[in-house]
Design a protein around this ligand. Structure first.
Ligand SMILES: [Mg+2]
Length: 229
């Protein structure tokens, strides 16, 4: 897919530049072992994550609260206090962090975009501290790349303000900016409604709807992105 005609490229972080699913599968198994629970429960964890993160994105509950609810529901300990649930969730985070890694072609893709003169940002719904740690672990701290953790602006994707903020921070007009990511609603449909080009990074992951056959703005690998004419 040739993006030569655009000025700005906004990448999603989890499951777009970073292998979030891979790290979650391995981290979840470590956590389950610690807790004496059966391993291999990623599918169930992913469904619980999708449910609670979506509720956060809709504004139903705070970002820390969706973490606590995920830990409580997964372990069936619905009675836990906030403090206990936070501590429980921290156990998952330790395993998850230990396995953070970028996709092989993430760094070359970013460098190619920068070399073609594009403004580049990482537009992510995660909290700053965690996402900064992630980009460090993935060697994605690259000069000229803006990390934009939307939690701290209280404007998570898919709210329209997320995309205008992203464009403003990298200094490009929405119609000259591309959003690329794995989440159909957050990274493709909502940015298109906000006037950006939305490119769907489809990998057949849990919770990824199949792309529409007529949709030309779909990639299955970052290596399919071309930034210069
Ligand atoms: Mg993502």
């Amino acid at each position: 897919m040739n993006l030569a005609g655009y000025d700005g490229i906004l990448f999603d972080l989890d499951d777009t530049l970073m292998d979030h699913t891979g790290a979650s599968i391995k981290g979840l198994d470590s956590w389950c072992q610690e807790l004496g629970l059966p391993t291999g429960q990623y599918q169930r964890w992913a469904e619980i994550e999708f449910k609670w993160v979506s509720r956060y994105e809709r504004g139903d509950l705070s970002h820390p609260q969706q973490r606590r609810e995920r830990a409580k529901e997964f372990t069936g300990q619905l009675h836990l206090t906030d403090e206990q649930a936070t501590k429980l969730y921290d156990g998952f985070i330790r395993g998850y962090q230990a396995h953070w890694a970028a996709f092989d072609n993430a760094i070359p893709t970013i460098h190619t975009a920068l070399a073609a003169g594009k403004k580049v940002g990482i537009l992510t719904n995660g909290a700053r501290e965690m996402q900064e740690g992630k980009v460090r672990a993935g060697d994605l701290v690259i000069d000229g790349v803006e990390l934009i953790p939307l939690v701290e602006y209280d404007a998570p994707k898919p709210r329209p303000g997320a995309y205008s903020l992203g464009c403003e921070i990298i200094g490009t007009a929405p119609e000259r900016t591309v959003m690329i990511g794995d989440n159909w609603l957050n990274d493709v449909e909502a940015p298109r409604q906000a006037g950006l080009k939305g490119v769907y990074f489809y990998q057949g992951l849990a919770n990824q709807p199949k792309p529409q056959p007529a949709d030309q703005e779909v990639i299955t690998s970052l290596s399919q992105l071309v930034f210069s004419a």
